[in-house]
Design a protein around this ligand. Structure first.
Ligand SMILES: [Zn+2]
Length: 213
């Protein structure tokens, strides 16, 4: 596939997007796709909730449930197989990383709130800001660890699924676009997942420098 064609896949109405949308439309809905992928991954324990009220698909480790958006099927976007593969990968990641990600992100928010309260009462110290920086560093580390693994693994998972369901040539075309879009969008995706943390970090740094510079 030519570079120009891959670039035009970003436009919903481009020819390549329409062709790929039609191709993926013929595949089963996201719930069945997820069941097939989980079976292939040897996962027999994760529950699936497939509902209209779910905006974006996600996985919750603590109740071992994959929440899939029914809307994503209705939107019929060819990238849905990659998204389902991404969430299925989360179900297979080591529990310890999922738990550490969950706990560190909660602690980060709590330490942020404590810093804001300390600032309000004029008690903010360099030490408390330093503790916040350590906390957010650990939280970003675990967050990126599980997300980057899911992003990279999702291509391999989607490849196996698509090669099984489509003609080899058709699957290769879809995969070429998946790989291209993942490469281009990776930095934006990372900013999106870390967005709230970035905002909190900027607030703490702003307060710190306004007090100590
Ligand atoms: Zn993810």
């Amino acid at each position: 596939m030519k570079f120009k064609e891959k670039c035009s896949s970003f436009r919903k109405k481009s020819n390549i997007s329409k062709i790929l949308d039609e191709r993926i439309k013929k595949l089963p809905n996201n719930e069945i796709v997820a069941k097939d992928i989980l079976k292939d991954l040897g996962n027999t324990h994760t529950n699936i909730v497939y509902d209209d009220s779910i905006e974006d698909s996600f996985f919750i480790y603590l109740d071992d449930t994959l929440y899939l958006s029914k809307k994503a099927d209705k939107d019929n976007n060819y990238s849905r197989i990659l998204q389902v593969s991404h969430e299925c990968r989360h179900t297979m990641q080591l529990g310890i990383f999922q738990v550490l990600n969950f706990i560190s992100s909660k602690i980060e928010v709590i330490v942020f709130i404590i810093n804001i309260l300390l600032f309000c009462f004029n008690w903010l110290s360099k030490k408390s800001v330093f503790i916040y920086l350590v906390t957010i560093g650990i939280s970003v580390f675990f967050n990126l660890l599980i997300e980057i693994d899911a992003i990279l693994s999702s291509i391999k998972i989607a490849k196996k699924y698509l090669k099984h369901k489509l003609k080899n040539e058709e699957a290769e075309e879809v995969l070429a676009v998946y790989k291209f879009k993942t490469k281009v969008l990776l930095p934006f995706y990372i900013i999106r997942i870390l967005f709230s943390k970035i905002i909190r970090l900027l607030i703490v740094l702003f307060i710190f420098f306004s007090l100590y510079s």
